[in-house]
Write a protein that binds this ligand. Structure first.
Ligand code: FHN
Length: 589
């Protein structure tokens, strides 16, 4: 099978249509629980005695299991340990404000009472029970928003659903009939049987037309006007956007976003996936995403008995414990006023307060470049009465504002310590990329200007913050940035790829800056460590050296001189072009 990333999606361009802000609760929550639970929990990642390497809920498709065989799993579905109160409590204690559960995944099985198809958890299983009714009750009682995942496009059970071509001939399929017979009536059930629904989390828009997606959206809004529609309704019609699964953008993204992510490497339960992300990794990721304007939807996959794997529970509790102390800096927080990451951690904002999230203990005298607003007080979030001395100055050569905070005696604890910085007014920052106090300069895609001699560039920086359609030698990326310390700098260009897709490398790029031209062919020279590299390896190519004779503002242009595009370049969601992530300048030691 082609290795494709089926989670890519076009950025939502919707603006609120009324004065009413339906996203307010979702922005306040910032953190939600994703639950993948369906018949796939029974095979649990093992097919014909073999452990499958891919995500568990895709077994029916990947093994081409006939409907007649697959649907027999329903007769085994009888979860003895289903505990909806505990599940909702788990989300709540983890500091999550909403819960999104698979009402119907691509396998086509309805995990709720459906009159539309007998292929549902009440009629087709010995359990004869509707878990969504339990969750609706518990979510109401415990104050968590209930949301339903619904696979509107892929359905491997319905003869007209997308992507089952081993049971049903492709040419005979009538997608319109699948929508009429299954999708619309099942959405009606979900939106009328369980009270207010926070959102329908549509997924994998692959074959539906814009008109079909728009009709689905209208249907939801007609039944529950305040119910949100996820970005993966497709065609940019969602109420907010979703980058790819497990994707961490290189910098702040514009608009409303949500990143969904796994705790190990599967969504649906797999007995043998024991590669759990650490609690520290997850807390840092929550902070990272909040600082970039994205919600975090973190997944659990209960087993066929309804048991949430113990490592998942432990991790959610650890995040909850951290949020209990630091939640103010996350819930309802806005992204960082700076568009780029910091080597030391991240920033989130609330009104006139900036929250500095330190991933490491900083130097006793900590410096931040580029904050123009006046600071009135600095303290830890945990002990606001204890204030720290600070000073604001201006760096003479470039006019860069510098904030220095004296952290003498502060105990920084892992994984993240939060410091609150009070401002006299709303945060205002230098809009250019600035050299950091550790002397590095990182130029990210979202801060580049795309240039071209043509009327319009073909390349763009996509909603994910990476370059898209970079498949010509005409367009370029250009940055302006401020160097505070003159000297020689090593340059590395970082490109990436979804870890299941091939990397597009071997392109000769030309970099012009400070009167020099550097030309190199992108190679897999250095794999940068860090959270982002797990699913999107950050592949750095050394480009040589630049010399900055004096402090000041410089511009840098990056362009392709010769491309190495694969013959069969387009997979489903990759255009085969350069996926540019960032440029790193590091002073020569
Ligand atoms: O194909 C699905 C996958 O099984 C899972 O549900 C994820 C969650 O975001 N969405 C699709 C792939 O992106």
């Amino acid at each position: 099978m082609r290795a494709v990333d089926i989670s890519a999606v076009k950025r939502s361009r919707r603006r609120p249509v009324s004065g009413r802000d339906d996203l307010a609760w979702w922005r306040e929550a910032r953190f939600g629980l994703f639950v993948h639970w369906g018949l796939y929990a029974i095979p649990a990642g093992i097919w014909r005695g073999k452990r499958v390497p891919y995500i568990g809920e895709w077994m029916m498709f990947r093994e081409r299991i006939p409907v007649a065989t697959y649907q027999k799993f329903a007769a085994q579905f009888n979860p003895r340990h289903w505990n909806p109160a505990a599940l909702v409590r788990l989300a709540k204690d983890a500091g999550m404000g909403y819960l999104v559960i698979t009402a119907k995944h691509h396998e086509g099985f309805a995990m709720y009472r459906s009159q539309v198809s007998p292929y549902n958890v009440v009629d087709a299983t010995p359990w004869h029970h509707d878990p969504m009714a339990d969750l609706a009750r518990e979510c109401r009682r415990q104050g968590v928003r209930l949301c339903f995942y619904y696979s509107q496009d892929l359905d491997w059970h319905h003869p007209d659903g997308a992507w089952n071509d081993w049971d049903y001939a492709q040419e005979k399929k009538q997608p319109g009939r699948y929508l009429r017979e299954k999708v619309f009536p099942q959405l009606t059930e979900l939106l009328t049987q369980y009270g207010p629904v926070g959102m329908i989390w549509f997924d994998t828009p692959l074959t539906l037309t814009r008109a079909q997606s728009a009709a689905i959206r209208r249907h939801v809004k007609r039944l529950q006007p305040r119910c949100l529609v996820s970005g993966r309704i497709g065609h940019g019609l969602g109420d907010y956007s979703l980058p790819r699964d497990n994707f961490l953008p290189p910098g702040r993204l514009e608009g409303d976003w949500e990143t969904c992510a796994t705790l190990n490497h599967t969504w649906g339960f797999k007995r043998h996936d024991h590669e759990w992300k650490s609690a520290a990794n997850l807390i840092t990721t929550l902070v990272d995403l909040t600082s970039k304007g994205s919600n975090y939807l973190l997944n659990i996959g209960p087993d066929a008995d309804g048991v949430v794997p113990a490592p998942s529970v432990a991790r959610l509790r650890a995040i909850g414990a951290w949020l209990k102390l630091n939640g103010t800096a996350i819930h309802g927080a806005s992204p960082s006023p700076f568009r780029y990451e910091f080597p030391w951690g991240r920033i989130t904002t609330k009104g006139r307060t900036l929250y500095f999230h330190f991933f490491e203990k900083p130097a006793r005298l900590f410096h931040l470049h580029g904050l123009r607003s006046r600071v009135t007080a600095v303290s830890t979030l945990a002990a606001p009465q204890r204030k720290f001395p600070f000073r604001q100055t201006t760096e003479p050569a470039t006019g860069t504002p510098v904030l220095a905070i004296d952290f003498t005696g502060v105990a920084f604890s892992k994984p993240v310590t939060v410091i609150s910085v009070q401002l006299a007014a709303a945060p205002e920052v230098d809009p250019l990329t600035l050299q950091q106090p550790d002397h590095t300069v990182t130029l990210i895609g979202p801060m580049a200007r795309v240039g071209t001699p043509a009327r319009k560039p073909a390349m763009r920086i996509g909603g994910n913050g990476l370059s898209e359609n970079w498949r010509n030698t005409r367009d370029w990326l250009e940055w302006r940035f401020t160097v505070l310390q003159p000297g020689a700098y090593d340059v590395a260009v970082v490109t990436t790829h979804q870890h299941l897709e091939p990397w597009s490398g071997g392109h000769t790029l030309r970099l012009d800056c400070a009167g020099r031209t550097l030309r190199r062919t992108t190679r897999r020279e250095i794999l940068l460590p860090g959270l982002r590299s797990v699913y999107y390896p950050q592949i750095a190519t050394r480009f040589g050296r630049l010399m900055f004779e004096r402090a000041g503002t410089y511009s840098l242009r990056l362009k392709a001189d010769r491309l190495n595009l694969p013959k069969k370049n387009r997979t489903l969601f990759s255009d085969g072009g350069i996926q540019f992530s960032e440029i790193r300048l590091t002073p020569v030691a």
